[in-house]
Design a binder for this molecule. Structure first.
Ligand code: HEC
Length: 104
């Protein structure tokens, strides 16, 4: 599964910038504006608009999911939309912080 590969890559990157100044609220706005066309981005949403796209709650609940793993995923070319969506480093940190915040 792809996420396994992502986690393996993440493990090899020691110095992924971690979240100091991430802004969960801004990440939520970004998720709603950019990601919600395909993903269920809110905790209350059961289904993603695009069946293949996991809900952000499910992403957050993935064992071993970390900001570093999300950082790799969101900056890799693997994501189906990444040629179209350009996220700054701050965007990636904020949206990752939002996703991880969904974890209960
Ligand atoms: C055009 C539709 C679309 C948009 C927009 C989109 N995604 Fe995705 N995303 C997908 C699909 C489809 C997958 C599943 C791809 C796969 O597993 O190969 C996916 C997978 C993911 C994964 C990996 C989940 C996992 O556990 O494997 C993450 C994280 C993710 N998306 C985050 C985001 C974020 C954050 C945004 C907004 C910045 C976003 N996506 C925007 C369609 C989209």
């Amino acid at each position: 599964m792809r996420i396994t590969i992502v986690l393996m890559i993440a493990g090899t990157i020691a110095a992924v910038p971690t979240a100091q100044a991430q802004d969960i609220h801004r990440g939520r706005q970004l998720a709603l504006g950019v990601c919600a066309v395909c993903h269920a981005v809110l905790a209350s949403q059961a289904r993603s608009p695009v069946a293949d796209a996991p809900s952000f709650e499910a992403v957050a609940a993935t064992p071993g999911m970390t900001a570093a793993a999300l950082n790799v995923w969101l900056t890799a070319q693997d994501h189906p939309t990444m040629p179209n969506i350009v996220l700054s480093q701050t965007d990636v940190q904020d949206v990752s912080a939002y996703i991880l915040n969904l974890r209960e």
